[in-house]
Design a protein around this ligand. Sequence first.
Ligand code: NAD
Length: 589
Amino acid sequence: TTTIQRYDAIKYKTPTGSQLSCKGWIQEAALRMLLNNLDPEVAERPDDLIVYGGRGKAARNFEALDNIIAALKVLENDESLLIQSGKPVGILKTHKDAPRVLISNSQLVPNWANWKHFEELEKKGLMMYGQMTAGSWIYIGSQGIVQGTYETYAAIADKHFGGSLKGTLNVTAGLGGMGGAQPLAITMNEGVALIAEVEEWRIDKRIETKYLDEKYTSIDEAINAAVHYRKEGIARSIGVVCNAIHLLDHLISRDIIPDTLTDQTSAHDPLIGYIPHTLSNQQANELREKDPDHYLQLSYESMYLHVQLMLQLMDQGAITFDYGNNIRARAKEQEERVVSNKLKVISETSNLERPSSDLQPTTYNFQPGRCFAFPGFVPAYIRPLFCLGKGPFRWAALSGDANDIAVTDELIMNMFPDNKGMIRWMNMAKEKIAFQGLPARICWLGQGEREKAGLAFNELVRTGKVKAPIVIGRDHLDTGSVASPNRETEAMLDGSDAVADWPILNALVNTAGGASWVSLHHGGGVGMGYSIHAGMVIVADGTTDAEERLKRVLRNDPGMGVIRHADAGYQLAQETLQANDLDFKERLK
Ligand code: NAD
């Protein structure tokens, strides 16, 4: 049979219900979650197998996808399928408690670990970019990130605005797979969101899925509306079709200072993910193909300007942070290339019509050496949660039945009545989150909690309270699974930011513990050369075997994070270590 080279909605439809098309529920879960990643409701660009995050893919090409599907269908319950950068390369004999799938994506030997070399390999069909949950088959649409983004904005609200973003203007850019969560996370915290996005269809998609409230094509009208909502204290989100740089430029010219400022364009990937302000979308697509080096030059110039404008607004009072796309490093790379202590006039660098004619060209005085003057969101807001072993616990109903998630929602809320933040989130999520693909839920749970939740889900399956097994996983952005010095491990207490033994140990221990599939990736979130991280997924199929595996994996996996942070010297993590019997030195006494 010839392989079709584009997404086929019938052929690749995610199976649902309680009938198996594979030889066991674990293989079946892998198959359903792989196809769910590519469901047009879930994936950003299914025709290119791109799930989210620039070019984060679920399979290397359509031939590889077809072979993975076929392999999962013949895979026995004592075998493991090997995936090398999105292509199946072997089925080997293991045992019933071993992962059914072992995945390694985008790994390069450190001296070759850059986009340039990756691109050469990708062109030859030898590699794909797995991002985080794209290549490890546990992406659940924008909901997956809404919770993390909600937590971050809630932490900002607590730290700076007395617990709520009511009456604040929150500016950012990018409404892609992850960035699309920003408007909802901000309005859930009662704030106003004003978001630049160059591609109109992305804005439309976020409105359709109820993540975003309003669309504007005029920057000034968008700003006017946002300022109005801020004044009235109305929680509302606005997407404006424009480049982030033009939005920031307008804010500066009009002397409107956001209360918070960040960015979620795909700056981690300067060629595919970031659109220079000097090009229209069509020009960008053409130039990227025709002259990638020229594109990269424009992209870097824009990202430098972008960070400089953020700094200018920060200096005027905007609470500014990097939201994990590595834009600060891109600006610094550019600064190192070009000594840029000269004045720049934004309108001169642009061959676009300046979006509003009544603005005078603004002069910006760039100060070199300040690209990292604003913090990343992890040290600023998330690390204390990591020290408690907390992270993005998520699950999906393999039945496809939304009622199964309602049953789990109920269970989780009854199980942890003291976790007030989680309960507040769950109530809002139930009301405001539209499912994409298989019904799924996420909430941040910590050491001890994840294990309890997993076992309880297994019991729901065993007793038939849900219609099919539940699959449990997490993002790679988690407490013990990632080394990423500009993001998750930025500014570690002991300076161990770039030590990547931890994610490797995480993948090994989850394999040893019997996770259902385990993945080890490079370059997720922040791009080639900047991160190494691991994922795990485990199936609660109601069996006693699953119960044993869940006990091990859901204790060890966050446990790695507690151990890692305790080892780095965080007091809170050391307490969590003690409280959860994770300190091996106690045994040596
Ligand atoms: P995506 O590629 O799906 O979306 C990026 C969006 O930015 C696209 O819609 C694109 O049109 C838009 N864009 C690009 N350049 C622009 C510009 N100059 N002005 C306005 N819009 C522009 O990516 P995503 O999945 O949304 O992820 C966005 C970034 O956030 C990535 O770098 C990703 O690695 C990072 N990220 C952060 C977290 C986190 O927790 N903070 C998690 C995952 C990903």
